[in-house]
Design a protein around this ligand. Structure first.
Ligand code: A3P
Length: 275
């Protein structure tokens, strides 16, 4: 079933490509693909599959019509969503999204920042097998003991700092912070929060998930007891991380502590990363 057919099946009516009303803006390695895939099950949601648009950060000069052309076809009643985790750390994205739509709903999936950094590094290592170790990337100069806060794997996890740019433009009630950690352990519950936030019916529930022991993660099925159209995320999602020296992890945890604390205060939610 093609995407268009699926969309027209779900709710009849003329189909057209529309600008998104909600965007998953981050964070890289937070679980953004999982969330988008989960939401794609919803009949009232048209979620852009395929590559990330990177419109408000890298491709802004291509123009709004180019952006719209990347969106899936949808009926009048469906909500269009895209995800580009690079937006969260982009200086330009908040103002640009605001210029397009002041009422945009923003979703950010966050994950414990040290694990996120290691996940990010694992992805880079996959593409460049000759990479230096995580430890030596973290401490540019091992003897000085200073953490390389400019390294993107580290920098992205300073959530409070990045969020500051967004709240200059959007009220907090337009932003939903999703726990990437809970998205792994209890996807139905976390997706429930997202459906509430988006104002769509709570149709994605426990019945759409099953734990796959081989994958080590929850996978999707269309309906209860119907595994015929079930699927897990691809091989690049849920990778095994390399072992990192515990003292390096400890140092990084200490490093993120103040930023995490500010972040919890900003969003009014304690993610328990520092316990
Ligand atoms: P790891 O590969 O480090 O485990 P993103 O899509 O934003 O790049 O996030 C990737 C992360 O999504 C994975 O990181 C994994 O932990 C997480 N994830 C959440 N739910 C998942 C699922 N059902 N299947 C696979 N990975 C999932």
């Amino acid at each position: 079933v093609s995407e268009d057919e699926a969309a027209s099946d779900r709710s009849k009516g003329p189909l057209s490509k529309k600008f998104p009303q909600a965007i998953i803006i981050g964070v890289k390695k937070g679980g953004t693909r999982a969330l988008l895939e989960y939401l794609r099950l919803h009949p009232d949601i048209a979620a852009a599959s395929g590559p990330e648009p990177h419109f408000f950060n890298r491709n802004y000069d291509k123009g709004l019509e180019w952006y719209r052309s990347l969106m899936p076809k949808s009926t009048e009643h469906q909500l269009t969503i895209e995800k580009t985790p690079g937006y969260f750390i982009s200086k330009e994205a908040p103002a640009r999204i605001h210029a397009m739509s002041k009422s945009m709903k923003l979703i950010v999936v966050v994950r414990e920042p040290v694990t996120r950094a290691i996940s990010d590094y694992t992805q880079i290592l996959n593409k460049n097998p000759g990479m230096p170790s995580f430890e030596s990337m973290t401490f540019k100069n091992m003897s000085a003991g200073g953490i390389d806060t400019e390294w993107s794997a580290i920098q992205i996890g300073l959530y409070a700092k990045h969020l500051m740019n967004w709240i200059q433009y959007f009220p907090l009630k337009q932003l939903l912070v999703v726990s990437g950690d809970r998205l792994v352990t209890d996807p139905a519950d976390e997706v429930g929060r997202v459906q509430d936030f988006l104002g769509v019916r709570k149709l994605i529930t426990e019945k759409n998930f099953f734990f796959d022991p081989d994958k080590g993660f929850y996978c999707l099925k269309k309906a209860e007891e119907d595994y015929s159209v079930s699927h897990c995320l691809g091989k690049t999602k849920g990778r095994t991380h390399p072992n990192i020296m515990p003292e390096v992890i400890q140092k990084l945890k200490q490093f993120y502590k103040p930023s995490n604390k500010i972040f919890y205060q900003m969003v009014g939610q304690d993610f328990g990363w520092d316990e």
